[in-house]
Design a protein. Structure first.
Length: 374
């Protein structure tokens, strides 16, 4: 992209009062970002108000600094790119969603294959869920993503805490690609806890943002990026989600975009499962195994399916009496004592042994939950 063209796109994006919809109308009328700023005030008023015309004829004060920041970022390596609406490298899948982003910043090893990675969505699968998952939910996200990565799918998620982070990590562990669609500028990592994960994604996949460099983690930006996550994917898997979860926004957007929606069920007593149960009631496909998703998307091939997470019922029948008493719902120490008849020292010793073996997780509030093994 030439300097003048980049400057015009940044100016369009930074002009107060010009959102994506207005910008698209201007681009449709004048053909390019540069041409917009060559128009007279009278011509601009024909497409909008006097206020809009004045705004477009006034250079945003932050433009020179933003332009220099973007140029410095682009020149820092060949693993970064800026694509704009109408650019040959712009993801075609996003042209079909409501409110496609004007500009996309891309960073990572897959940037040079960005057209393939983001234009062909047939093997892109979104995995989303709670920022505060149960240990089982986080394990499910990682194991399912690992299986999908092994099967050749690219996992798309949002780099958030909880399910998102586990999904990215699992995809990388499975040797697959992963795309992180973030809610900040690409010169920032949020949450900071995922700094190392973001570097791993950049080394083996790609990070994408529609927000200018330097954009901090603003609350309103995270729901906005969800349309890109679903837009880049052939389907969306929700692992755990409360009823008010942002993951349900992604699922709704996926459904509106005509994409498949999948949900993993959980305990009827867990608030983190109620969002998934609501989606299933609304028609989302219930998923117990990664194979369920692969078959639904017609991506499973005989003899090539990876080792997939098992359901609890597929585990060996032999188990300790305490595991049987635990079941698969979260349970208190008092309830376990009533079920087993064990005294407190005996019960705590056995729980600790199961916890060290990865068969039981200790939850907030003094609760314990059995862990299904992947």
């Amino acid at each position: 992209m030439q300097l003048q063209e980049l400057q015009a796109w940044l100016r369009l994006a930074l002009t107060p009062g010009v959102g994506n919809e207005t910008a698209r109308k201007l681009l449709a009328a004048y053909g390019s970002a540069e041409a917009i700023f060559e128009q007279s005030a009278a011509a601009l008023r024909q497409l909008g108000s006097d206020k809009l015309a004045r705004a477009l004829q006034t250079e945003p004060p932050g433009l020179p600094g933003q332009l220099q920041t973007t140029l410095d970022w682009l020149q820092a390596g060949d693993d970064r790119r800026v694509v704009t609406l109408g650019d040959a490298g712009y993801p075609a899948a996003l042209l079909d969603i409501e409110d496609p982003p004007l500009m996309l910043y891309m960073l990572g090893a897959q940037v040079n294959q960005a057209q393939t990675a983001t234009k062909t969505i047939a093997k892109n699968l979104a995995i989303v869920g709670s920022r505060n998952p149960t240990p089982q939910g986080e394990s499910n996200a990682r194991q399912f993503a690992k299986a999908f990565g092994s099967a050749g799918l690219c996992v798309v998620s949002g780099l958030a805490l909880g399910i998102d982070g586990a999904a990215h990590d699992g995809a990388l562990l499975g040797g697959g690609d992963t795309i992180a669609v973030v809610g900040t500028g690409l010169d920032r990592v949020y949450p900071k806890k995922h700094l190392a994960l973001a570097h791993r994604i950049a080394q083996h996949g790609m990070l994408i943002s529609e927000f200018p460099l330097g954009t901090p983690p603003l609350m309103a930006n995270f729901p906005r990026r969800n349309r890109i996550i679903s837009g880049l994917s052939v389907g969306t898997l929700v692992v755990e989600a409360a009823l008010q979860s942002g993951s349900l926004i992604t699922a709704r957007l996926a459904a509106e975009q005509g994409k498949e929606v999948f949900a993993i069920p959980g305990s009827i007593h867990s608030p983190q499962s109620r969002g998934c149960h609501a989606l299933i009631k609304q028609g989302a496909k219930l998923v117990e195994l990664a194979q369920d998703v692969l078959e639904e998307l017609h991506l499973s091939q005989a003899g090539t399916a990876p080792s997939l997470p098992q359901s609890p019922d597929d585990e060996p029948a032999a188990e300790t009496p305490l595991l049987s008493a635990l079941g698969f719902d979260a349970v208190s120490l008092d309830a376990l004592q009533a079920r087993t008849g064990l005294n407190t020292p005996q019960l705590q010793a056995q729980l600790l042994e199961l916890e060290l073996n990865g068969q039981v997780a200790r939850l907030p509030g003094g609760l314990f939950q059995r862990q299904a093994r992947g």
